[in-house]
Write a new protein. Sequence first.
Length: 221
Amino acid sequence: MFHLISAFFGRPLTRPGSRLLAVLLVAVLATVLAACGGAGATFDPRGTCGADGKAAGAYPNLEATLPTSLDGKAPTSVDSGRHCSEAAIGSLITHQAAGVEFAGATWDLGNGTGVSSVLFSLPQRELPAAWIAEFYEIGARTAKRTENITAGRQTFDGTAEAYRLDTLNDLSLQSVVTWQDGNVVRVVLVATAVSPAASRVAHDELVTRAVAATVAVMGHT
C-alpha cells in the first residue's frame, strides 16, 4: 500500500499495490519492510522506538480514523506502523521526528490506478503538515525517473490550504496532497497510468474524490 513515510518515490513512508505498488509505493518511504531495522530486530508497536515496522492492526486507534470506502469500494489493504530509523524518516530527522506513527488504507483500482489515504502522528506532539510535505517533495526531487515535478498549495473542501505535489514517474502520473488535521497530518496519494486514452481531468477528479473521502472521517482523531 502507499505507505506512509517512504514510498511514493522509494523511501519508507507508504505505497499502493501490484505494479502500481512497485512504482508508487506507499512506502510512504524504500519499502517499509526494507527499513524495518537490522537483522533480528523485532517491531513491537507497544515498545520503545527501535525497529521500524508495520502490520495490520498494529495501531488500531489510528486505523479506525481512516476512510472505509472510496467510490463505494472498501480498501484493498489497511495497516499501520511506526518509523524510528534515519533510513525510514528521511528529512524528518532534521525535525527530531523519530517515532512517527502512521496508518494507511490503499485502494488498488487496477490498470495502474491506485489511491492511498494515510494518517501520520507524533505521540504527545503536534506533527506539522509542512514536515510531511517536505518529505515527499525531497523524495520526488531526488528519486530516479521522476520529472515534471510541481509543488504548490491548493484548497479542497474541508482541508483549508493543503500542500500538493504532482510528478510523472515513468508512465505513472502521481499526486500527493498533504494537510493538517489537528495534531496529525493527512496525506492522500493518487497514481494513474499515462496513456493516449488517459485524461488529466479524470486524474484530478480522482484526487478530489480521494481527498473528500478522507475529509469525511476527520474529527475522529
